[in-house]
Design a protein around this ligand. Sequence first.
Ligand code: SF4
Ligand code: SF4
Length: 386
Amino acid sequence: MKNRTGINRRDFMRTAIVGGTAGVLPLSISALPKNQESNKTPVKMEFRTLGKTGLKVSAIGMGTMRTTDPNVIHYAIDSGVNYFDTAHCYMNGNNESIVGTVLKSRRKEVIIATKVHIANEKTMTSSVESSLKSLQTDVIDVIQLHSLKRSSHSKNEDAMNTLEKLRKRGLVRFVGFTTHKNQVEVIEAGIETGFYDTVLVTYSYKSDAEIGTVIDKAAKAGMGVIAMKTQQGGYTSDQFKKLSPHQASLRWVLKNPNVHTTIPSMVAFAHVDENVGTMRHKFGAVDQNTLELYGQVFSKEICNFCGSCDPQCALQVPVQDINRCLMYAEGYRDFNLALDTYRELLTESQVNACINCESCRVQCPVGLDIPNRLSKARELFNPVFV
Ligand code: SF4
Ligand code: SF4
C-alpha cells in the first residue's frame, strides 16, 4: 500500500535501513559472546512501587501509542504487564478506544495512564471526560500533562487546579506530567511544586548524566518515574543476528532502581515476547556489547534527545523534534506517526527555514550530521505538506 508520499512501506524500510548502515564498520559479531538466553526460559515479571502513588507496577509496561490490535494488549496482560500508557490525542483519539475494548473486561488487572494537553479548564475537563468514555472506565489511574517543554508549564497553576478538581471529582487518581524537551528544567520545576505524583521522562543508555541525576531527585521527592524512548528508536538490522538491542537497552534502564516502570511501544505479539523477555536476566556483558554494536551500526541516526542543538539555530528550527520524526519513520517504521508529528511542528515552528540558510552552524555532540538529517526529513515529509 502506498502512503501519502507515494512511497510504499517496503520501499521506505529499505531506504531507511540502507541509509542507516551505509559506510559503517560494525563491531565484529563473532567477537561478541554468544547469547545463551533461551526464549523458552520462563519469565518472572518484576514489580516496583510507583513512588508515592503506592501502585505496584510491572517493570515492563506498555506504550500503546501505535497498538491497533487489542489482542496484543490482552497478550501483554497475560504476560505480566500491568501498566499501560496511552494519550487522548494518539491516533486522533482512536488509541484510547482500542485500549478501552480491553479495559472493559479487565479493568482490575490494569493500571491505566493517559494524557491531557494544558488548556483552559473547560477544554481540559472535556478532554479527560472524553478519555474516560473512550477507555470505558470511570476512573483514570494516572493523568499526565502532555509534553511539557518549559518550567512555566510544570508550574502552571491553572492546569494544576484543574487536575485537582478532576481528582476531587474522582475522575482521576494520580497526577503527573510528561516531557521530551528541556527535561531537567521541566522536572526540577515539577519537583518544586510538590504537586505531581509521577513523571514520564525520555531516558536511555544514551541519555546525559544529568537526566539520571534529575530522575534520582524526582524519585527522592516521592515521584513515580516512568521511562520512555528507552530503546533508542527500536532500529533493527540483520547484523544483530540473535542479539536484542531492545532487551539490552531496557535492561540498562532498569538497572536504575529509581525508574519504576518503562513503556516500550508494542504493536505485535513478538514485541511483547521480546520486551517481557528482558526479565530473564539482569544487565550483563552481552548486553553491554550489544549496545555498543547498536550504537555503532546506527551512529548516524541515533539522537539522544539532549536538546543542545535547538538553541544553536538562530532561526529556531526544532532540530531535536525533527530528529524525533525521523526516528518514528526509520526506527519505529511508523511513517504516519512521523507525519503527524511533523505536521504539528510545521504549525508551531519554522521547520523549513533551513531551505534558505546558507550554512548550518548547529553541531551535535554525538556526531549526527545535522544538515544531512534535516535535508532527509524535508525529503521524506515535505512532499506530503508542501
Ligand atoms: S540531534 Fe544531536 S544535539 Fe540534537 S538532541 Fe539529538 S543528540 Fe542532541
Ligand atoms: S540549516 Fe540554518 S536554519 Fe537550519 S538548523 Fe542549521 S542553522 Fe538553523
